[in-house]
Unconditional design. Structure first.
Length: 262
């Protein structure tokens, strides 16, 4: 059994409640899903800017309802309520923007950090953060609930799969999750204007995306697998793959997995 690198301080509700800017941050001790909490609040009329974070998420979900589990007090799991003022056709950029914001927030500490399309945050071949964006219908119109989970102070024994990592494992030190949440929220707020200029967002995302230029297997619903080179991202944030059968363009909701073969 590996030992914790250092004490793991709890989230600081007072510091987060006093956070300046557009966010209203609430800390709950335990919850099945921060996304579910924020979605319920949104349906009840909550305004954009709510952030709910927790010490222990017991039934977190990833894309396609994959389970995301962490021990108490080691990960940073939170959800953000947004009401994007963009056309419905451009909501496809929300997961990519969020991934880019997390990657940008961590890049100064982890130079090898990159994005695996559409929104997994990676350190080389190991996943360090995941994102789930849900569109929720409310009486006042649709809102986006953005769930973010970052592996922060996990040891090897804390991680559920071999192809995962944490900030503590990568850098050999523990992290204050309150500081990290403030930093990531600042990055997300600062980069939100990119939604108004999809071409600029596409260029920024491409620069951070390690999927482009690699040979990948695209696992489609029904069991079909297409192999080819990931050659770009289209104007809607979909992945473009060049294969022997011709170009294939897939959105995040169209695939089961996209896995690099080399």
């Amino acid at each position: 059994m590996s030992e914790p690198l250092a004490p793991r301080p709890p989230l600081d509700p007072d510091r987060l409640a006093a956070l300046a800017g557009p966010w209203r941050v609430e800390v709950v001790d335990t919850t099945p899903s921060t996304n579910a909490v924020v979605a319920e609040r949104a349906r009840a009329g909550e305004e954009a800017g709510l952030v709910v974070t927790t010490e222990h998420q017991t039934a977190g979900r990833g894309r396609l309802d994959r389970v995301w589990e962490t021990p108490r007090g080691v990960a940073l799991t939170f959800s953000v309520l947004l009401r994007p003022d963009i056309p419905a056709t451009e909501w496809t950029w929300l997961p990519l923007l969020t991934g880019y914001a997390v990657q940008a927030a961590l890049a100064d500490r982890v130079p090898e950090i990159s994005l695996k399309w559409p929104n997994d945050v990676m350190v080389e071949e190991h996943k360090i953060a995941g994102i789930l964006v849900e569109r929720i219908e409310t009486p006042d119109g649709p809102v986006a609930v953005i769930g973010i989970g970052i592996n922060v102070n996990q040891t090897i024994d804390d991680l559920p799969v071999a192809l995962a990592t944490s900030l503590a494992l990568e850098l050999g030190e523990s992290f204050d999750r309150t500081d990290l949440l403030v930093h990531v929220l600042g990055s997300l707020h600062g980069l939100m204007p990119l939604l108004d200029t999809p071409a600029a967002l596409r260029a920024a995302y491409l620069d951070a995306c390690s999927t482009i230029g690699r040979e990948v297997d695209v696992h489609l619903p029904g069991g079909d697998v297409r192999r080819g080179e990931a050659i770009g991202i289209d104007a809607n944030g979909a992945l473009v793959v060049s294969s022997a059968d011709g170009a294939l363009t897939v959105g995040a909701g169209d695939v089961i997995h996209v896995r690099a073969t080399s």
